[in-house]
Design a protein around this ligand. Sequence first.
Ligand code: 7RM
Length: 650
Amino acid sequence: MADTQEIVSVLTESRVFPPPEQFSQRAHIRGMQDYQRLWDEAEKDPQKYWGERAREELFWKEPFQTVLDWKPPHARWFVEGKTNLTYNCLDRHLPRLKDKPAILFEGEPGDRRSITYGELSQQVNRLANGLKSLGVKKGDRVGIYLPMVPEAAVAMLACARLGAVHSVVFGGFSAEALQERMKDAGVKVLLTADGGWRKGAVVPLMKNVEAALTHATGIEKVVVLTRTGDGKLPAGPKFLAWDALVKGQSDTCEPEWVESEHPLFILYTSGSTGKPKGVLHSTAGYAMMASLTTRWVFDLREDDVYWCTADVGWVTGHSYVVYGPLMNGVTTVLYEGAPTQPGPDRFWAIIERYKVSILYTAPTAIRAFMRLGDGPVKQHDLSSLRLLGSVGEPINPEAWMWYRDVIGGGRCPVVDTWWQTETGAIMISPLPGATPTKPGSATFPLPGIHAEILDRDGKRVPRGQGGLLFVTKPWPSMLRTVYGDPERYVKTYFSELPGMYFTGDGARTDADGYVWLMGRVDDVVNVAGHRLGTAEVESALVAHAKVAEAAVVGRPDDLKGTALVAFVTLKHGNAPSDALKKELAAHVAKEIGAIARPDEIRFAEGLPKTRSGKIMRRLLRDVAAGNHSTQDTTTLEDLNVLAALRQNDE
Ligand code: 7RM
């Protein structure tokens, strides 16, 4: 699949931001010597290093004897050990944190709830007992299709309490997407709601569930939470009100002590082809790394109010909205709705209201806010913020700087965190009290993580040159398989180089050894024999004062082989024109060289994105080539965007 040819790097970024001294003084990891010491320890004796981390991080009902059993490409971690994830998130905190808010919730219409660790624990136990009464046992699969409300976290935790395997499907997914995932996972009970709020309207979850149930799914019971209050509970023995299920249930429930490798959840990810893959994670390795990375990367302190804006339907919502923060006993903010509802300042109002100290969001959101200008930000006091994080896509230096200066007031370190659904936890990231950051670089792998940039033969590429990003050694929170399709696990992740995990991403290191992500290898464009990472060309475009967002793809060209086509959205107040096209093409040529000068620039009102905000370049490739796409669009956020792009063509 991947070419042997190197990927050419054209980006130059030389700004460096050392961690603020005051931040470092109080940080968990205070300098690069500390980082290096941990790195060396892990390198020298990985089993000792990970064993110690696992003992520190988790409560063990029964201790493990074997740290790692590695029969490539299959890993078992912390074998013989037993634990329960909810005990680690809730019970062990109760003596000290019973009355501390675990979740601060705000619904899109403005309703608010604060739920303490004590209350959360009771709600989880009641629901766990309710699920038990429906016959849910250890190992059974439970579907979760809910809006971003506290009950989504309660549902995940109730499953983990019982050793049931949850499979969360993002509330924005269609009936078909839901049906396909439920069927593949063999879900027995589905937890859902009548609806949720998004952009001022109701997302009709229950209607989608009913549509999904007209096809075979294997679902026996559907538990329905009342959120929006419209729509009655459908008739029939399958449907049950959430309130009725938990009513009268005991608020204690003995945790199911599961083996380390007991499956914890399935989460579906879609690639460009084929049906979605059910990424399966197991319990202890995942839990340990979610806990450790949340504390280290976000430098958590007891009094932090932490807000990760991801939906629980994505892995970021699993690891960094629910499990990571709760294992660390901090207060996590949950917001149901759209970032600009009812106005462009909703995020900043939330930060001011709850005195959020840590914000973790996606480049796509940051670029959307940039497009709206600084005005909405300036209406609010954001002085509570002390740290900013980014995840999901390469963050271009322009957006990184805006995030740092306008949102962070220039005082907050920015952590650009690279990881995947499959990795379970953050893998490459600055440690904010230690790592000098460079705008657009995810910097260095965390201690114990062997992220390496190799060519197709497994040789390390020289610094400055692009290559394929692999993780060459197993890590505790790695996926264990593709649910129901073990061959696909091997084929997708471990066949590029035997025994080594292939991420699908391109990356390079710079002269100082910093890692720069260059986008998905499938998106690399080959121009006149040079393989260019799309991220860098896009970054140059976004650096232009009038550009809000850009996506670059290749189009077959008789002369050049591939022509570069750039789709560009402009910041508010700028009009598309031929003169601007020329100006932008010249700008790219000047910034990174003539080789990257786009052959065609197309202005667009919006770019096609997945529901988690990633630009879908594969669809743009079809638009650029004038083909009507036959590709899977179930993860596409807004079909209208695609229709509009095609129209511009005609
Ligand atoms: C957490 C998440 C994974 C893919 C990954 C990359 C891209 C994520 C970054 C990034 C550059 C980053 N899981 N990606 N984080 N690219 N810099 N900091 O997003 O499974 O949904 O996606 O996202 O391509 O392979 S995911």
